[in-house]
Design a protein around this ligand. Structure first.
Ligand SMILES: C[S@@+](CC[C@H](N)C(=O)[O-])C[C@H]1O[C@@H](n2cnc3c(N)ncnc32)[C@H](O)[C@@H]1O
Length: 313
């Protein structure tokens, strides 16, 4: 089959919403080419494993590439994508150059194109994420390796918001706690919590493809006895009483269920949220405080913010 590659020159801040738009338009897999990935300094303590070829990287901004089947709906899909991206301006999201190009690729190129950007990466003191197709040997006995096949779901583990969440889970999760992961994507945060000693993790996603991808990754990492994954909208009808809720979602979505998170958490429980761009930090913090939370910590990576909030004991 012939595929069309759609390439969007945009900004770091727009990666997540545009990836969602591309998925909704029927794209299979999104490749992120980020100029910062080449220029940023590698963290030696976290021992990131990278072999980068400058020729593979762009000089500025981010290219998002996705693949759409070449059929009679292509024109319509591209139009729908363009309109949805322009709508992001309403939410104050910087879409940068927003230059969109289309080119033809064959099946073989499409299947492997995105894999060259995805390498094993040490994301926290204990967690390394490696794609299923890479051979990786842990460097120390306390290193936990998560194998991921991101498939079509968000969550390769390399997005700054995911890394911030993994680091916060590592810092705050205590063994035998109950965790809820809202918007699990590839399941990476649930797997992290399970490997770090959670008693049970409830993973939810609105997207059926994400639920399927998470299920596969949960089994791949032998964590199925500790994680229940289900299609669900936010915390609707969830009745478990977690010690910790993690939600890596856009600010606008977090501000739709912060009160539900507060009500559900055990007293003293934590709400870890990311997916928040810096411009929305205060809005989210105010919403959390209005719901009754205390802000415990705020962490930053690139243009992204992570907030740890506590329900008073
Ligand atoms: C930014 S991704 C995070 C994936 C993963 N947790 C991570 O940290 O890498 C957000 C995920 O939230 C899901 N999502 C969006 N709206 C949702 C909703 N209303 N309820 C549940 N999940 C939702 C999306 O399908 C997507 O998989």
């Amino acid at each position: 089959m012939k595929w069309s590659e759609i390439c969007i020159h945009t900004t770091n801040e727009a990666i997540e919403p545009i990836s969602n738009i591309l998925h909704e338009a029927g794209a299979s897999g999104v490749v992120i080419e980020d100029a910062d990935d080449f220029h940023r300094e590698r963290s030696v303590e976290l021992g990131e494993v990278y072999e980068l070829d400058p020729a593979d990287y762009i000089s500025e901004g981010v290219y998002l590439k996705a693949y759409l089947p070449m059929n009679s709906f292509l024109g319509e899909a591209v139009e729908q994508i363009k309109q949805a991206i322009n709508q992001l301006l309403v939410y104050d999201i910087d879409i940068g150059h927003n230059k969109i190009t289309l080119s033809e690729v064959n099946e073989e190129e499409w299947a492997t194109a995105w894999k060259k950007y995805y390498k094993p990466i040490r994301v926290s003191d204990h967690i390394t994420i490696t794609p299923t197709w890479e051979e990786y040997q842990p460097e120390s006995t306390d290193e936990l390796v998560i194998e991921l096949d991101p498939g079509m779901a968000f969550g390769t583990g390399t997005h700054p918001t995911t890394i911030l969440c993994i680091q916060a889970i590592e810092q705050y999760l205590k063994s035998n706690q109950t965790v809820v992961d809202v918007g699990t994507g590839s399941g990476v945060l649930s797997i992290t919590a399970a490997l770090l000693g959670a008693e049970h993790v409830y993973a939810y996603d609105l997207d059926a493809i994400a639920v399927k991808a998470a299920g596969i990754n949960i089994k791949l990492n032998k964590t199925e006895s500790k994680i229940t994954v289900k299609q669900n909208n936010l915390l609707d009808r969830v009745t478990v009483e977690p010690d910790l809720i993690v939600a890596n979602l856009l600010a606008e979505i977090i501000m739709r269920f912060e009160k539900d998170a507060f009500a559900l958490l055990k007293p003293g429980g934590l709400f870890i949220t990311s997916g928040i761009i810096k411009a929305k930090e205060d809005d989210v913090k105010n919403a959390l405080i209005d719901a009754g939370f205390e802000i415990v910590e705020t962490n930053y990576m690139k243009d992204w913010v992570l907030i740890v909030a506590k329900k008073p004991a």
